[in-house]
Design a protein around this ligand. Sequence first.
Ligand code: RIB
Length: 312
Amino acid sequence: MSNQPNILVVGSINMDLVVRAGRMPLPGETIIGEDFKTSPGGKGANQAVAAARLGANCSMIGRVGWDAFGQKLLEQLSENGVNTQNVIITPKQSSGTAIIIVDGKGENSIVVASGANSMLTPDDIFSREECFTHSPVVLMQLELPLPTIRATIDISKRHNCRVILDPAPAPRSMPPELYHVSVISPNAGEAEMLTGTLAIEERVDKQVASELIARGAETAVLKLGARGSLVVTSDGHFYRIPSYKVDVVDTTAAGDAFTAALGVAIARGMHIRQAARFANAAGALACTRFGAQQAMPTANEVTMLMADQPML
Ligand code: RIB
């Protein structure tokens, strides 16, 4: 496998409107926050930027609106080396936006207004079939319409691409066919939404991941934050990967960094255990900086963290 593999991301592109506050407001409560920032995000675009910074040739299929945010979002992708030829500018639509609150512990709450992302159709995917012919790995999340996600999975299978699905935001009931992917990579909250069980300790983690395998995924990788990650494969392998210790500033998009790194490592032909280590390191580094795309680490930074904190 090439050291600079091709990765295709089919996903959302948002402008993040971020306020930092000491704590989250309670329902009905108004609190005074700290600083406000506008910065490029969207789970799809975050993963595309992360994959490119980690050394992949990354292309993206998505939609932005016909507005100033759309221009800025396209520029940011291009500046990071993401091929935006298949990002469609959508007339009469606003770009996707996300309202984000980051609390004093670096935890976040996010509400997304999908805007142009909701206009990405199955036809947009089918008419770009050539993008799939040379991408061994396709990264997907759930901020797009369901028919478009289904179309992406179908076309990926037709071209033997490995689909890595980050089921975020997780629906309470995910259509059964969406589980039939190479890798599903939820965090604990998303895995709970999907399976009804919260992975809070070792015994339950494996049970939750195994349920995702039983529903059709070839490999389940649980992103467990400070508890690291857990891999269960359909051929019976099980790996627990400890986390890297870092000073957390903002956890926004740490999961995107993780999934993108997992995709890059898999496309490079790494063993899933090693790929999950690489992904843990990328996710940890994304927590050390404020923001989404701007927090994505480079391959060099990931390599240095892995060397600094070797695992036995
Ligand atoms: O995963 C973080 C991302 O979720 C943010 O950038 C926001 O845009 C939402 O898509």
